[in-house]
Design a protein around this ligand. Structure first.
Ligand SMILES: *Cc1c(COP(=O)(O)O)cnc(C)c1O
Length: 393
């Protein structure tokens, strides 16, 4: 869509250039923030025959085209729709390829609200969901029924960070005429090209690393040629659209996403390795660590890691972990991630799993590593450990 973007450019370069269509931005580097509902036509004839690029604010503006166009270049997709949140991207992707009576296969380590959408709304529409173990690989073949129309993946998984064999699962789905949907919020297209791995529809909570500043709710869904017509039709029919200021912030964040991710990966690994060596820590759940069960798949399929991972404290109960988190000064306590600041939350995957029960001893904490100097973060964590030790009888 945009001018002069050679196909083989690196992602960091594409992030700078993508979506900067001259017919939209003119002489300016950035697109205008177009606040619009009504679009005016020169004549009845022009309106009847839709002779203008834009027809109504809900159906697209120069601002939304700039971000959607940029996403297409980075994902290698046929089209991208923008949704008012990441969860809206999840539901839009699912509804674009499922109908009453259909069957969905969903990975068991999926983002909680995505599971909830399947178990409540999709169920109400007569769509059944089977949850499967993340390490199923090509064995997923045995779970398909006549009515299976979609397979939903998220790697690494929410809270527990299990990798999945995306190419093998996507190939099995394609052979049976089912769509593969992938939630790429963690790796982003900077580190994982989902469509190139065989996925049909890839989505992100752009709330996270795309915006990168904890000030926007936004989702993107990008599809290949085969699934784009259904996706744009579903999105348009449901009346979804995003305010131009939030789209603009998403696009602004996108420009620096690669460099933020690079730094957050590096600092994240520094902290993860430091934690892995602590006696209180039984396991760090991070696929870029060699000790992680998903490491081989991560290394084969992804070119980097973000700054989000889990830490399992084997001998700690929830009270110990809460004291640890409460003591931290540089880690905020709050939902979401992908911003410039470090965060820590208590995670409890125990009560949601259906295909494989979560049986690990101890307490799980999820950390998001921001753009702070990692040595300050280590000192902060050290103080957290000291507080837990001091509270012991
Ligand atoms: C946060 C998140 C979402 C939902 O994004 P929101 O913008 O908060 O609605 C979806 N998938 C994953 C993996 C997430 O972490």
């Amino acid at each position: 869509m945009s001018d002069s973007n050679p196909k083989d450019m690196k992602t960091a370069t594409a992030l700078v250039r993508a979506g900067r269509e001259k017919s939209i931005t003119g002489q300016f580097v950035n697109p205008p923030v177009v606040h619009a509902s009504t679009v005016l036509f020169d004549s009845v004839d022009n309106m009847m025959h839709r002779r203008e690029r834009y027809a109504y604010g809900r159906r697209g503006t120069p601002t939304s085209d700039a971000l959607a166009g940029a996403m297409n270049e980075i994902e290698g997709s046929a089209g991208t729709v923008l949704c008012p949140s990441g969860l809206s991207a999840v539901s839009t992707a699912l509804l674009s390829c499922l109908s009453a009576g259909d069957h969905l296969l969903m990975v068991d380590c999926v983002y909680g609200p995505a599971r909830n959408f399947a178990k409540h709304i999709l169920k109400r529409l007569g769509i059944e969901t089977t949850f499967f173990p993340p390490d199923i690989g090509a064995d997923i073949g045995s779970l398909f029924t006549e009515r299976t129309r979609a397979v939903y993946l998220e790697a690494p998984g929410s809270l527990t960070f299990e990798m999945q064999d995306v190419p093998a699962i996507a190939a099995a789905a394609r052979a049976r005429g089912a769509a593969t949907i992938f939630d790429n919020t963690w790796a982003t297209p900077v580190f994982f090209k989902a469509l190139a791995a065989g996925v049909d529809i890839t989505l992100m909570a752009a709330t996270k690393y795309v915006s990168g500043h904890s000030d926007v709710m936004l989702g993107t869904v990008s599809a290949n040629e085969a699934y784009w017509p259904k996706l744009i039709d579903t999105h348009g029919t449901m009346g979804l659209c995003v305010g131009p200021d939030d789209i603009y912030l998403g696009l602004r964040g996108l420009r620096t996403m690669a460099i933020r991710l690079e730094r957050q990966m590096k600092s994240g690994l520094t902290v993860a390795n430091w934690l892995a060596a602590r006696p209180e820590v039984t396991r760090v759940l991070h696929p870029a660590l060699e000790s992680d069960p998903g490491h081989a798949l991560w290394k084969r399929d992804m070119s980097g890691a973000s700054g989000l991972f889990g830490v399992l404290f084997g001998g700690w109960d929830q009270k110990d972990a809460a004291l640890f988190i409460d003591t931290l000064k540089l880690f905020g306590i709050g939902a979401s991630w992908g911003g410039f600041e470090s965060l820590a939350i208590l995670a409890n995957p125990g009560h949601t799993r259906e295909a494989v029960p979560w049986t690990e001893e101890g307490t799980l904490v999820r950390l998001h590593i921001g753009l702070e100097d990692p040595s300050d973060l280590l000192a902060d964590l050290e103080a957290g450990f000291a507080a837990v030790t001091a509270a012991r009888p």
